[in-house]
Write a protein that binds this ligand. Structure first.
Ligand SMILES: [Zn+2]
Length: 423
């Protein structure tokens, strides 16, 4: 299918990464930084030039576009989504992409930072990229493959479909979002306007990987109310809330249930912030588990720790408040098994070895899944993300484009034909 096609993903990618789109965690506006719209505008222009007539950016910087169906079959509307912003962890200003053609397994050095070295021993995936063409930044900035790789791949897949009308597909929606890196990527998304049945984010790592599982997440706030008196006359009266908080923290399990002692499918209880005075002290926790019911078990463990400590301070009191944050997308995806099944098939049709992965965190897809758009995460090829060592293989990007096109084809093939009424 791709024999005579010259892929445009790398060429697009190289242009997109030079547009500074860093999001701002300290901002309360949507988008959190206006400059994200600079890339969104370019995407709209390019889509229009391709012939995607309804491409548009809204006031929040979201780009919506439709590739109309070219089949008689009734195919569910499928959305492909990527985020335009880059992480606040490293500068995204003045990104200079560098091409390392036909990589031969050597360590990679950076012109603008002699101390920075991308070593194969630190990133074993580089072994798989021998013979590939790799793109890095020049040492001064991150590259922005997270997630401009996804953006470029979706754009190239759109270009492929438009230039190959013989490839049949249902209605395809494209969605480019701002602010994913600051956790607000879905804050202003208009699901009605999007009008899709199922979706895929293109924001994963190695070629062939597919993520259909995230943590389920709650926040817990423990508020400790001490007993306050004048410190000069406090004997047998004062109970210092800060000291109780310290007691609670030191009573947490030491060898289990924390981020620093868990991996794989294990969840944790993690204190993220303490604030207070002698009178009142607040501890914020995040609770994580792959099983939503497992959150309650961890919350009960935490509650018992707090209760046990409080027994030593009978005149003090506490509040324990649980707040839902996000849920494991797998619980939604399991109700629509075809979404993941078709993605697996598409990866295999692209000649790749499938690698199923779980994310020890959340994605925009986990939020979208619970907003009515079941949405696993497909690989985009991005590596060493959020750092100046970031790298990506052009061949991996092209495989992602192939996978998108195969996936669109699989949905069309599996769809029911039109029911024509008998005269
Ligand atoms: Zn990302």
């Amino acid at each position: 299918m791709f024999n005579n096609y010259s892929f445009t993903a790398a060429e697009r990618f190289t242009r997109y990464v030079q547009v500074d789109t860093q999001s701002d965690p300290l901002s309360n506006t949507h988008p959190t930084s206006e400059k994200q719209k600079d890339l969104s505008r370019i995407l709209v222009e390019e889509l229009k030039a391709m012939g995607v007539e309804d491409a548009q950016m809204d006031e929040y910087g979201y780009v919506y576009a439709t590739l109309p169906s070219n089949t008689d079959k009734q195919v569910p509307v499928i959305c492909f989504c990527a985020h335009v912003d880059t992480a606040p962890d490293a500068s995204g200003t003045g990104v200079k992409p560098v091409l390392h053609k036909n990589y031969q397994g050597q360590d990679i050095t950076f012109a603008d930072d002699k101390n920075l070295v991308l070593r194969k021993k630190d990133f074993p995936y580089m072994e798989r990229l021998i013979g590939h063409d790799i793109i890095t930044a020049n040492g001064a900035t991150l590259l922005g493959s997270d997630d401009k790789a996804g953006v470029a791949e979706i754009m190239d897949a759109a270009n492929f479909l438009i230039t190959h009308p013989e490839v049949k597909h249902g209605t395809i929606k494209l969605l480019f979002t701002p602010d994913e890196e600051v956790g607000r990527g879905t804050a202003k998304v208009d699901m009605q306007k999007l009008g899709a049945d199922f979706g895929y984010t293109l924001d994963g790592g190695e070629a062939g990987s597919l993520e259909d599982e995230t943590f389920s997440a709650d926040g817990v706030q423990v508020v400790i109310n001490g007993v306050i008196t004048h410190p000069g006359y406090a004997k047998n009266k004062m109970v210092n809330a800060m000291k109780i908080a310290a007691d609670v923290l030191s009573s947490l399990p030491k060898n289990e249930l924390s981020p620093e002692t868990t991996e794989g499918k294990q969840g944790f209880i993690h204190p993220v912030r303490v604030e207070g005075i002698a009178e009142k002290c607040t501890i914020d926790f995040i609770i994580r588990d792959f099983v939503t019911d497992g959150l309650k078990v961890k919350e009960d463990t935490l509650l018992n720790v707090v209760k046990k400590v409080m027994e030593n301070y009978p005149t003090a009191s506490f509040d324990f408040n649980v707040q839902e944050q996000y849920r494991n997308m797998k619980e939604v995806l399991d109700q629509h098994p075809q979404v993941v099944e078709y993605a697996k098939e598409a990866i295999q049709r692209s000649g790749l070895k499938l690698k199923m992965e779980s994310i020890r965190g959340g994605t925009d897809g986990s939020k979208l899944s619970y907003m009515g758009l079941p949405c696993p995460n497909l690989f985009a090829g991005e590596q060493a993300i959020h750092s100046k060592l970031e790298f990506i293989s052009i061949q991996d990007m092209n495989k992602a484009v192939e996978t998108i096109v195969h996936l669109i084809t699989v949905w069309e093939e599996k769809a029911e034909g039109v029911t024509t009424s008998i005269p």
